[in-house]
Design a protein around this ligand. Structure first.
Ligand code: COS
Length: 384
């Protein structure tokens, strides 16, 4: 783990420079082509971005949660598509292995994920199971030394790029809820695994999602994460606790970028004989945004530190995801408003960001799911 301030500052400075000098200038190209240029992907690998949160013993940088959110604040100051490509290897794609995987599974997959040689993705959502994740219908039936998987996973981030999929499937059909679910690692190219067509999304061009389809897909019994049936739902929830903190940090970084753009525009744009930044009604939008970003940033750092101290941060992670993603939506709305007509046309990045950040209130658990988790945990804690 990096833990010394000097090494951390060097990492954050080089990230910030990479974002400013390489990623920001490529934003329009990514939006137009729906692809991240191969040269940039190579540079992301060289910088170690695919392994930020993978332990050092497996070739990653082994960042603490606090260090990871500081890095996420920087990465999020550009198009979310760049973050999305490295996001699954650092987050939901690898964390199941890191948290609950066997030593052998970790040794086999994590070094390749850390280097970016392999992309991981997380397959929980299904056509009929989104917020109610425990109702998933994909089955994995034991057959000797194998499991046979059948079902469809939906909206799976990085599925087209992925070399491995963390797949939640029901191994015990008699248990309808969470206890019947197990998590598997399924490798690309396994017979019976295929992909649907690319989803045509509202935003986040350059980040790809699609269906992942399993038709009598046979995987070895050793591919079950942790080597045990029935713990897959809990693995997924633990993965999401961390993922929600990471996304909250991304919301902060994206909001900071939009506010920077809005402030610059407000100081340049003149109406009624002066920069619109001089008008108090515009100032109110700038100030409210600044205050809300500061609040979200402080929450995220606090929750990250608590997680590093081994506290259960399920409630805090949901509080952060709820507040930071809704905050990001409000900042996006004000940033467009400050740009006026210019904010509605694609000459300015804010039009694209407005669409890109809409996803933050939905994925890794909608705002309503975060509210539900927070309130449930409050009631549970008060009943103890
Ligand atoms: N960490 C560890 N274990 C957890 C947990 C967590 N954060 N959250 C729940 N669990 C455990 C519970 O303790 C329970 O275990 P026991 O049966 O041993 O008591 C089990 O998991 C089932 O939990 P629960 O009863 O709360 O499950 P529900 O089906 O009622 O609801 C919600 C769970 C709604 C919170 C869950 O389905 C969810 O997060 N949905 C949103 C899914 C999502 O984020 N999708 C986004 C797509 S993935 S990018």
């Amino acid at each position: 783990m990096i833990r010394d301030q000097e090494t951390l500052s060097i990492l954050l400075d080089s990230l910030s420079r990479f974002v400013r000098e390489r990623l920001m200038p490529a934003e329009n190209e990514v939006a137009e082509t729906d692809e991240i240029p191969a040269a940039i992907v190579s540079e992301m690998r060289e910088l170690g971005l695919f392994g930020l949160s993978i332990p050092e013993e497996y070739g990653g940088l082994g960042l603490t949660m606090e260090e990871e959110v500081l890095a996420a604040f920087e990465i999020a100051r550009t198009s979310p598509a760049f973050r999305s490509l490295i996001g699954t290897n650092n987050g939901i794609g690898s964390q199941g292995l890191i948290i609950d995987g066997t030593d052998e599974q970790k040794r086999h997959y994590l070094p390749k994920l850390a280097s970016g040689e392999l992309i991981a993705s997380f397959a929980l959502t299904e056509p009929n199971s989104g917020s109610d994740a425990a109702s998933l219908r994909t089955t994995a039936v034991r057959d000797g030394d194998h499991y046979v998987i059948n079902g469809t996973k939906r909206f799976i981030t990085n599925a087209p790029e992925a070399g491995i999929y963390t797949v939640m499937a029901r191994t015990n059909p008699d248990i309808k809820g969470a206890g019947g679910i197990s998590a598997f690692i399924v490798e690309k190219g396994t017979p019976g695994l295929s992909l649907g067509k690319l989803d045509r999304k509202m935003g986040q061009k350059g980040a790809h999602t699609c269906d992942v389809i399993f038709e009598n897909c046979r995987v070895g019994a050793t591919n079950i994460i942790g080597g045990k049936e029935g713990i897959g739902f809990k693995t997924a929830m633990k993965v999401l606790d961390k993922g929600r903190l990471h996304i909250s940090a991304i919301c902060v970084g994206a909001a900071e970028r939009m506010l920077d753009d809005a402030l610059r525009y407000a100081m340049e744009r003149k109406q009624f004989g002066q920069p619109i930044a001089e008008f108090q009604l515009v100032q109110a939008m700038l100030a409210d945004s600044r205050a809300e970003i500061y609040a979200a940033r402080s929450m995220v750092l606090d929750a990250a530190r608590r997680r590093d101290n081994k506290e259960d941060v399920s409630t805090e992670a949901s509080c952060c995801k709820l507040f930071a993603s809704e905050m990001c939506g409000r900042v996006a709305d004000r940033a467009v408003q400050i740009h006026g007509g210019a904010g509605y046309v694609s000459d300015y990045a804010v039009e694209r960001f407005y669409r890109d950040v809409r996803l933050f209130r939905i994925y890794e658990g909608t705002s309503q799911i975060q509210q539900l988790v927070i309130a449930r945990n409050m009631i549970r804690d008060a009943s103890r």
